[in-house]
Design a protein around this ligand. Structure first.
Ligand code: FCB
Length: 471
């Protein structure tokens, strides 16, 4: 017995520019905040950087051929702002040409390009003018988005404005774990608002130029469960994290307002000063597609636990909590398997998340959903040929595909699934230590070798079905 995927469902894999491209000063590209952050002592594990990464800039044709061998129907990638508009200045045709070639290579293999405009690599020159804490950055983003759209919209029909604005603001400007590495709660809240504003302005501009394009945003969302649903302190802890992780971003997009409880939680951090009249209407401009990134949920309590779980990277540079108002919130461990990131494997959380998002947000708005990231790092052991029998990643993948089908069965219109990631790559503050790919990358030789998970994914895509789990 098998479970079939709907006919229109598309299977893909995802990457991001900074994590795979390398060639960071080639053909006119200049520094992004991540190039600079990598040079800060202790910011990235092992002092790794993105200067070569997977050398995808020079190997895109081969990488696309590999995607075709795996049967991928769609590929989610991001464009680098610092390549397209070095220093945030005038457009750089050589930078755009790279993405134009990539899109042609994909289309030649019948792979649908799914383009993300911002996966965290702000030009450093704009950070020096205040970065996302500066409102002007939102307007600069629209200029860049228009350049990409003008160059590629004859062939690209899916545009995502931002990847995970929570990471690009709270984790980066408050927690200090990601570039630009600030630890300033007010700046982080301002950055969150300006990212949402950049999204809304861009959707308005692109919609007016291109009524038929599929426009959207990708959020990383979590499933915050109280340890004891009958304990008010645990329920409060779950509310706080839901507010500062999920609802700070999804409510303005779908309801045109910041939630009242979150406004109270963030009191004194200047949100009211950065929100100008009309901003929330801009942010709530209708979209076509919500991208949902899901890795794991959280088990939350108002009571300390001996062994508090953490998902922070073990980089040496001091960090602080990315949540500005979560004093007294404790993350408790559960009896769940862990990935190599220490993240709990919780596929049923994905089903619940998709159902919630559809019920409370996208369903009423008539917006479609795609799972734009989901994946796992494991400590892969290659054989002499570089092949990896990654049994755990393979079962992670199939368990989460089942979880997607469980949501589809209850009526959630999930259109696509993108495994994170196609290739092992630069995992931000963790450097190259963590491998998420279904394809192994040997960083010495740049040789790519599909893992067992890639072979399994290819079979699922070919049959468009999963074997039923025997109970
Ligand atoms: C997500 C990021 C992606 C990758 C995965 C593991 O938060 O969007 O770039 O790092 O986590």
């Amino acid at each position: 017995m098998t479970r079939r995927f709907p006919d229109a469902f598309r299977f893909g894999a995802a990457t991001a520019a900074f994590q795979i491209e390398g060639a960071n000063h080639t053909d006119g590209r200049t520094d992004s905040i991540w190039d600079v952050f990598c040079r800060v002592p202790g910011a990235v594990v092992n002092g790794d950087d993105g200067s070569v990464a997977c050398d995808h800039y020079h190997r895109s044709a081969d990488d696309v051929a590999l995607m075709a061998d795996l049967g991928l129907q769609t590929y989610r990638f991001s464009t680098s702002w610092a390549r397209v508009r070095p220093d945030g200045g005038p457009v750089n045709p050589a930078g755009l040409d790279f993405y134009s070639r990539l899109v042609d290579q994909l289309l030649e293999k019948q792979i649908t390009p799914w383009l993300t405009l911002y996966h965290w690599d702000l030009p450093q020159a704009l950070e020096e003018k205040g970065g996302w804490a500066n409102r002007d950055t939102a307007y600069r983003f629209v200029d860049y988005a228009v350049d990409v759209h003008e160059a590629l919209s004859d062939r690209v029909r899916h545009f995502t404005t931002l990847n995970e604005p929570w990471c690009a603001s709270f984790l980066s400007y408050i927690g200090g774990e990601h570039a630009p590495g600030r630890q300033d709660p007010a700046a982080g809240v301002a950055a969150g608002h300006h990212l949402l504003l950049a999204h809304g302005l861009t959707v308005q501009e692109l919609r007016q130029r291109d009524a038929e394009a599929t426009l959207g945003i990708t959020l990383n969302l979590t499933v915050p469960d109280p340890v004891d649903p009958a304990d008010p302190a645990d329920v409060e802890a779950a509310r706080l994290i839901d507010g500062q992780f999920n609802r700070f971003f999804i409510d303005p997009l779908f309801r045109g307002e910041y939630p009242a409880d979150v406004i109270r939680d963030l009191d004194g951090l200047g949100l009211d000063e950065v929100v100008e009249p009309g901003d929330l209407d801009i942010i709530a401009t209708p979209i076509d597609m919500l991208g949902v990134n899901y890795y794991h949920g959280e088990f939350l309590s108002g009571h300390p636990v001996a062994e508090q779980t953490t998902t922070a990277a073990p980089s040496e540079r001091p960090k602080r909590s990315p949540f500005p108002a979560a004093d007294g919130v404790y993350w408790h461990p559960r009896d769940l398997p862990l990935t190599d990131m220490g993240w709990e494997v919780q596929p049923e959380g994905l089903t619940r998340l998709l159902e919630r998002v559809h019920r409370e947000y996208t369903g009423p708005a008539g917006v479609r959903i795609a799972v734009t990231e989901n994946g796992a790092a494991y400590d892969d052991e290659p054989d002499d040929e570089g092949h990896v029998a990654d049994v755990e990643r393979t079962s992670f993948l199939t368990a989460h595909l089942h979880a997607v089908l469980d949501a589809v069965d209850t009526g959630v219109p999930v259109e696509a699934y993108f495994y994170w990631s196609l290739l092992d790559n630069f995992e931000w503050a963790w450097g190259y230590e963590k491998r998420f790919g279904i394809v192994r990358v040997d960083y010495e030789t740049q040789k790519r070798t599909p893992k067992l998970s890639a072979e399994t994914y290819r079979d699922v895509i070919r049959s468009r079905a999963l074997p039923r789990i025997s109970s």
